[in-house]
Design a protein around this ligand. Structure first.
Ligand code: AMP
Ligand code: GLY
Length: 424
């Protein structure tokens, strides 16, 4: 690899703004471009209007721009095989092959992998027939229970009915009404687990892995952890729930066995592997894997990275992560998400956003998620709009600092949770 690299970042949310920020700090970066990007990323680098799922469009852009490395951040292009296509064309890519991305893209693949390699997870059954699923639920009769669509469903394909009536409705939604499209052709029905949830992200080069500090996100839409699940209304890093003892168990029973299992299955995992864990009274269990950086966890984790980000990405791609310096600060970080009214449902877009500079003058970093530039004004363009990130010595200081910074920001119908980090 050259000394200085030209990089294309694929994606355009808050996660990608945090990734772009980390890349810009690298001593090895020559030039950064992004597609499609957003109004915040456009302040850091040139953005191109190619959608993340336009696989051939992204390959063409990478070739035309002569980049040395493509960083594929979102799940859908990974599952669609963008990294494979780039490698076929002789272009280096950061991210797993489509075969390895099945660990996120197929619930059945990931559950069967865990079963085969004795990795602790909720017990489960797979169904592709709605009558069999209905009969199973009636015979089992234990609630709550968890129903998951087989494929990617924008993080929304998980239903947790509390009784038989709700379970029958949930089955109908998934398998008959096809609320999540073909993702609901097959479903997993699994045991309901309880306990705090933590997210551990790991750089992974196919055989070695290095974990990042554990994060936790706030999934529910409303105060008091009520309302529908969202992509995350906020995230914080260095969670007190993830003790050293739990960490040791996770390395032994979950992280190392998963990395080994993927290699043994012939699809070694390279990129960032995200372990969604539930710390149950019986020990940590895998709730889900993601084949990429999480959003909004990344906005709370990457600001703590002290080593050179691009150096780590190259070590991952060259299979020498074991020799690489991967260091994080021991401070705390918090990302407070500001969303559009109505999120996670349908939202109105195009409202001008004010106060961004004032918020940053307080010392916070504001990552853009759903924003666009309209005639020189930053306007809303999605459900999650901004992430207000602070790094401090303690989580309590982060909480106060992020809320103080966010108080300067205004747009029509804006919404954030007022109670984050009160209950961690
Ligand atoms: P997933 O998309 O798999 O992360 O699931 C979304 C959310 O559903 C998780 O973050 C959990 O809060 C919840 N969930 C998923 N699986 C289970 C389970 N087996 N038991 C309890 N809650 C679950
Ligand atoms: N915050 C969860 C995810 O990125 O899937």
């Amino acid at each position: 690899m050259k000394e200085k690299l030209s990089v294309l970042l694929v994606g355009g949310g808050g996660r990608e703004h945090a990734i772009a920020t980390a890349l810009k700090k690298s001593a090895r970066l020559a030039r950064l471009i992004c597609a499609p990007g957003n109004a915040g990323i456009a302040q850091l680098c040139e953005c191109f209007p190619v959608s993340a799922t336009d696989i051939e469009g992204q390959v063409k852009l990478a070739k035309e721009q002569g980049v040395d490395l493509v960083f594929v951040a979102p799940d859908d292009p990974l599952v669609l095989g963008l990294c494979d296509r780039l490698r076929e064309e002789g272009i280096a890519a950061f991210g797993p092959s489509a075969a390895a991305a099945r660990i996120e893209g197929s619930k059945v693949f990931s559950k069967d992998l865990m079963k085969k390699y004795s990795i602790p997870t909720a017990s489960y059954e797979v169904f592709d027939d709605v009558f069999a699923a209905r009969a199973y639920l009636k015979a089992r009769g234990e609630y709550p229970i968890v129903l998951k669509a087989e494929g990617l469903a924008l993080g929304k394909g998980v239903l947790i009915p509390e009784n038989e009536e709700e379970a029958m409705d949930a089955l109908k939604e998934l398998m008959e009404d096809k609320k999540f499209g073909s993702a609901g052709n097959r479903i997993v029905i699994e045991e309901f687990l309880t306990g705090p949830e933590v997210s551990v992200l790991a750089f992974c080069d196919g055989k070695n892995y290095v974990t990042m500090p554990a994060a936790q996100d706030h999934k529910r839409a409303f105060e008091g952890n009520l309302g529908p699940n969202t992509g995350g209304m906020g995230a914080f890093c260095r969670t007190p729930n993830y003790t050293e003892e739990i960490e040791q168990i996770c390395h032994r029973e979950i992280f190392a066995p998963t990395v080994r299992a993927m290699a043994q299955e012939g699809c070694p995992f390279t990129g960032v592997l995200y372990f969604g864990l539930m710390l149950t009274p019986k020990g940590p269990r895998v709730i889900e894997y993601n084949a990429r950086f999480g959003d909004p966890e990344t906005q709370a984790v990457l600001p703590l990275l002290e080593s050179d980000f691009l150096e780590i990405l190259l070590a991952v791609n060259e299979g020498r992560l074991d020799e690489c310096d991967v260091r994080f600060s021991d401070k705390a970080a918090f990302c407070l998400v500001i969303a559009s009214g109505g999120y996670p449902g349908a939202v109105e877009k195009g409202f001008p956003i004010t106060g961004l500079d004032k918020a940053e003058e307080t010392g916070a970093t504001v990552y853009h998620a759903g924003t666009a530039n309209k005639d020189g004004t930053v306007v809303t363009s999605g459900g999650r709009v901004l992430g207000v990130v602070t790094v401090r010595d303690t989580l309590a200081e982060c909480r106060d600092a992020s809320y103080a910074a966010a108080s300067h920001i205004r747009f029509d119908k804006m919404r954030m949770r007022s109670d984050l980090l009160k209950d961690y």
